[in-house]
Design a protein around this ligand. Structure first.
Ligand SMILES: *[C@@H]1O[C@H](CO)[C@@H](O)[C@H](O)[C@H]1NC(C)=O
Ligand SMILES: *[C@@H]1O[C@H](CO)[C@@H](O)[C@H](O)[C@H]1NC(C)=O
Ligand SMILES: *[C@@H]1O[C@H](CO)[C@@H](O)[C@H](O)[C@H]1NC(C)=O
Ligand SMILES: *[C@@H]1O[C@H](CO)[C@@H](O)[C@H](O)[C@H]1NC(C)=O
Ligand SMILES: *[C@@H]1O[C@H](CO)[C@@H](O)[C@H](O)[C@H]1NC(C)=O
Length: 413
């Protein structure tokens, strides 16, 4: 690829007298006026030509080029060959009209180039800043920590591979701009959020661009920990149930990471502690009425919240038969016998959700032993009557929908 830069004279002609007395300040005052933005951009491996425009005047006697103030060429125009200076690398050619051609560009050929033309009444300095672009390598994003508490500090550090022109930051694909909330260092190398908000969580990437390529980093997932500010119970408020009714209490809270749940009944923790957000219970005695509270804690933030429901007992018998939709939660879960009263903790496969069931009644009427139904003493776990032998309790069955977790069974010997 060939790129021709045109250098416009600014008419910055300095008199020989001034130059004779102090040439060095004149060099120091050189202005760079050609922007490197002109498309097409010079690329690694390509060729660039820097052409003075208009051409040097006919009475010029000397023309030369410098790179970073070191001579590449020095051409006395009445001689055939130019002399090379200390900055000549073998890739430069002096072309017609004192133009400079550089072939086989490399990134390190970027920098400032200065044209110098002299003659009687002629003294011209003109600088151009050359930027050579290569295909950008994929940048990386670094950070000290990516899990940040709400109102904490998030700092991400990007990378500017050689020949990067622009560095942009993205969150979930949207470019971030400087505002009161988002700060960036000069050149955008680092990104700073001094008071992180919940909606700052997401995937951050940094993107580097130059005129010939774009490269984007792997995303860095930023987690903002917060909450819970409140807990919610469904159903909530006041719940009036009849004996035999079954109810499922669901507790929820907005919190990152997901909160831990614990339950209490009328001020006492439920033992064993149900660990899930769902509590299922069957109302079989008046003691089960009262206030059920769900306590939500986020160990990461130290915050906690509570929600409650108040259950009162209503007269009349509720349905004894369990409702299929509600027992379905136990299906496929590991069922373990917890205490003698027959508490079942079911873990929903896949979700890890624990369902806590206070289960005092037999599940299906078809499985009931008619003798037991007539013998409430045996059901309540009192000692077996005389002549009745105690049998070991039924073991829970993994993967089955229901079970008979009655405390024990008595048979006549
Ligand atoms: C750029 O680096 C190469 C070696 O990698 C060297 O041969 C060349 O002279 C350097 N060019 C400049 C302008 O410094
Ligand atoms: C040389 O050319 C410049 C610009 O064209 C002019 O200003 C200057 O007077 C000329 N010098 C002589 C000696 O003719
Ligand atoms: C810095 O990022 C802003 C967008 O927030 C962009 O407009 C600007 O060009 C970037 N500057 C650099 C030097 O990459
Ligand atoms: C962030 O990236 C992860 C995987 O890298 C992905 O699972 C998640 O959905 C992404 N989040 C957003 C908000 O794009
Ligand atoms: C709940 O938060 C309060 C402060 O809001 C704190 O005093 C209390 O110890 C916390 N309780 C638990 C169980 O973490």
């Amino acid at each position: 690829m060939t790129v021709i830069y045109t250098i416009q004279w600014l008419g910055l002609l300095l008199s020989a007298a001034i130059l004779g007395s102090c040439p060095t300040p004149a060099l120091a005052q050189t202005q760079i006026i050609v922007t490197p933005d002109l498309p097409p951009a010079p690329v690694v491996g390509g060729t660039v030509t820097l052409t003075p425009q208009p051409p040097p005047p006919p009475n010029a006697t000397l023309c030369g080029w410098l790179r970073q103030s070191r001579t590449i060429f020095w051409h006395l125009l009445d001689q055939e060959q130019p002399s090379t200076g200390s900055s000549y690398t073998g890739r430069e050619v002096l072309g017609p009209g004192c133009s400079l051609i550089i072939v086989g560009l490399m990134l390190n050929y970027s920098g400032s180039y200065t044209l110098q033309v002299q003659g009687p009444g002629v003294f011209i300095f003109r600088g151009v800043n050359l930027r050579v672009y290569g295909k950008l390598a994929r940048p990386t994003v670094m950070s000290r920590r990516t899990t940040v508490p709400e109102n904490g500090i998030l700092e991400l550090f990007g990378e500017r591979p050689p020949s990067t022109r622009t560095l942009l930051w993205y969150r979930d694909g949207t470019v971030l701009r400087l505002d009161g909330h988002v700060e960036m260092s000069p050149g955008n190398l680092s990104l700073l959020l001094a008071r992180v908000r919940r909606d700052d969580a997401g995937n951050y990437t940094c993107e580097v661009r130059n005129p010939i390529s774009t490269a984007r980093s792997e995303p860095v997932t930023v987690t903002v920990t917060y909450g819970p500010d409140a807990a919610f119970m469904n159903p909530s408020g006041l719940l009036s149930l009849r004996l035999g009714d079954k109810v499922t209490l669901r507790c929820a809270a907005d919190s990152v990471p997901a909160p831990q749940f614990s339950w209490s009944h009328s001020g006492s923790d439920l033992i064993p502690a149900p660990a899930g957000a769902v509590l299922s219970l069957v109302l079989t005695s008046a003691e089960q009425a009262g206030v059920y509270e769900c306590h939500v804690t986020n160990p990461s933030t130290g915050q906690n919240a509570t929600a409650s429901v108040s259950i009162t007992l209503r007269l009349g018998q509720g349905p004894v038969q369990s409702q299929p939709g509600q027992t379905g939660g136990l299906q496929g879960g590991a069922i373990t016998r917890a205490v003698d009263a027959g508490i079942i903790i079911g873990s929903l496969a896949g979700t890890g959700l624990l369902i806590f069931v206070l289960y005092y009644v037999l599940c299906t009427q078809g499985k009931r032993d008619p003798r037991l139904e007539k013998d409430p003493v045996a059901q309540q776990g009192a000692p077996c009557p005389a002549g009745v032998q105690e049998q070991p309790p039924l073991q829970p069955v993994r993967g089955q929908q229901c079970c008979s977790p009655e405390p024990r069974t008595c048979t006549r010997s």
